[in-house]
Ligand binder design. Structure first.
Ligand code: ADP
Length: 520
């Protein structure tokens, strides 16, 4: 079983190039490695050294010395056989990359220190000698004592803290100097990351530390690697190298800020573009809508004109037909046999119905023609209508109940047509054997009136409650109830031309309630 031997606690400094040749090789390193000074040159020293490394560590040695790794510092311990067969533990640390690309490092024998977890003052002094001229802050931090056991001069140059300041601050160094926003993550890093690092690991951390002289914060980028372990293999101290990256950070922040602003502006621009697109689409739709509306109005106008003219022109010949047929019946009846008389009477009947259709069509086309609007006292208007319908009301024994009704604004002739149709329908569609009863009343709402015209008549299937407002839609045969199917179409046209609405609630045998909504 090879014994660990401690040759010396000398810390050997060296530099190595990319070809893994020492560019700086001191006698004491040859001594430490126990290499033959006669045959060892800076070029072959490393391969000689590697030959004597413990076989289990050989692979790690090769990757450690290849200076591809750009994480500094990196530290690793190797077991090494001296020429006499004894074994020792050497810690090598890649401290930093020099300007020419070579790497500066140290190696020291920790055969004893590794297991006693002791840091030797002499080692620190030597480390100081080596790292004194580095522009980076190089430090050894004791995780148990929570304070720096060593820091080079750059700590003073970059942050203004002297060795005495560091000693005086002790374990308060970080709480007192690290930016409050960064302190929790730094402390967490110290307690839960650093102690568990393995040989060869290194970790990075960025945080802000206060510049003692200026009171401002400096962004530091630290890379830390294990420096010593205790007997349980837990890291007791770390070696770290920290660089002032404030200007990079500020530049990055400025770029980030600019990017953020740019992104926000882009987003706003995209939204505006979308809105503009939407606005364009809405404009186009509006234009198309207006055009269709115009076309529709024109067509409606032409249609109404056509209905008005034809119904007007039809009235005259129809009247003439009726007159002549009347004359034939009255004055030439001796010339007619019974059958001929019957035919003529039938034609007269059909002619009368035709006259009624033409009359109703004329009424429909007249709705809205008169532009004149006035205050219409509905109660008075209804009384006038009742006078016109006096005969049919009396004959049918209809009871009309007029409750309070409002004064509304609109065209009185149109309103007359509206209520005349509703009341006469109420009388017409009465139930056999029951005296008809029609109630007119109003409900006042915030900005409109609802006028209700209800009857106790035959009612109808509610599925027809839309259809009956269309022209020529009848639910009954003319033989059962006379009519042209235009009355409710007139009602709807009157109400809609006053910006109102009309609808019905009805059930077969249960009567009907017509609702008219009119704006105040
Ligand atoms: P008309 O009465 O000339 O047939 P309307 O347009 O006034 O035409 O009515 C359309 C249809 O609606 C009527 O044929 C009738 O079937 C139904 N109707 C209208 N008013 C009532 C009512 N008060 N009760 C029952 N049915 C009605």
């Amino acid at each position: 079983m090879p014994q660990y031997v401690t040759k010396s606690l000398t810390i050997c400094r060296w530099t190595i190039n990319r070809a893994q040749e020492f560019t700086e090789l001191h006698q004491d390193l040859l001594q430490l490695f126990d290499l033959d000074p006669e045959t060892t040159t800076p070029e072959n020293a490393l391969s000689r050294f590697s030959d004597q490394v413990h076989p289990a560590d050989k692979k790690d040695v090769l990757s450690f010395w290849s200076i591809k790794a750009d994480r500094f510092p990196t530290s690793q311990v190797f077991r090494y056989f001296r020429r006499d067969g004894t074994m020792m533990c050497l810690r090598s640390i890649l401290i930093m990359k020099l300007d020419n690309g070579n790497v500066l490092g140290t190696t020291h024998d920790i055969s004893e220190a590794r297991f006693q977890a002791k840091e030797n003052e002499k080692i620190k002094l030597q480390l100081e000698k080596i790292t004194k001229t580095s522009p980076s802050i190089i430090y050894v931090y004791d995780l148990k004592l929570q304070q720096n056991s060593y820091a080079n001069r750059s700590l003073f140059d970059v942050l203004g803290y002297s060795q005495e300041d560091v000693a005086a601050l002790g374990d308060q160094l970080f709480p007192a100097t690290i930016h409050p926003d960064d302190l929790p993550s730094v402390l967490a890093h110290h307690s839960s990351v650093l102690p568990y690092l393995q040989e060869g690991d290194s970790v990075r951390l960025e945080y802000r530390m206060k510049n003692k002289k200026l009171g401002t914060y400096v962004w530091l980028k630290s890379t830390e690697a294990p420096y010593s372990f205790d007997e349980n293999g837990e890291v007791t101290s770390i070696i770290g190298i920290a660089e002032d990256v404030t200007s990079e950070k500020e530049a990055a922040n400025a770029v980030f800020q600019l990017n953020k602003e740019l992104r926000e502006k882009n987003e706003a621009l995209e939204k505006i573009q979308l809105l503009l697109k939407d606005a364009e689409a809405v404009k186009k739709l509006n234009r198309e809508l207006k055009l269709s509306e115009k076309k529709l109005n024109l067509m409606n106008q032409e249609m109404e004109e056509f209905v008005y003219i034809t119904s007007h022109d039809l009235s005259e010949p129809l009247r003439t037909v009726s007159n002549y047929l009347g004359l034939i019946i009255n004055e030439k009846q001796d010339l007619l046999d019974t059958e001929a008389k019957d035919f003529i009477l039938r034609v007269l009947g059909a002619n009368e119905r035709m006259k009624q259709v033409v009359h109703d069509l004329l009424s429909l086309s007249r709705v809205g023609r008169e532009q004149k609007t006035e205050q219409v006292v509905l109660k008075d208007l209804i009384y006038e209508i009742l006078q016109d319908l006096d005969q049919v009301i009396k004959e049918s024994g209809t009871v009309i109940d007029i409750q309070s009704l409002p004064i509304v604004t609109g065209n009185v002739s149109d309103f007359r047509r509206l209520f005349q149709n509703l009341i006469s329908n109420g009388v017409k569609y009465r139930k056999q054997g029951i005296s008809p009863r029609i109630v007119l009343r109003a409900e006042e709402k915030r900005d409109h009136w609802i006028i209700l015209v209800s009857d106790n008549g035959i009612g109808m299937d509610p599925k027809h409650s839309e259809k009956i407002f269309q022209p020529f839609q009848r639910l009954h045969l003319s033989s059962a109830y006379e009519g042209t199917g235009i009355g409710l179409a007139i009602c709807r046209k009157v109400v809609e031309s006053h910006d109102g609405k009309i609808w019905v609630e009805t059930e077969p045998d249960k009567g009907s309630i017509f609702y008219i909504k009119l704006l105040k």
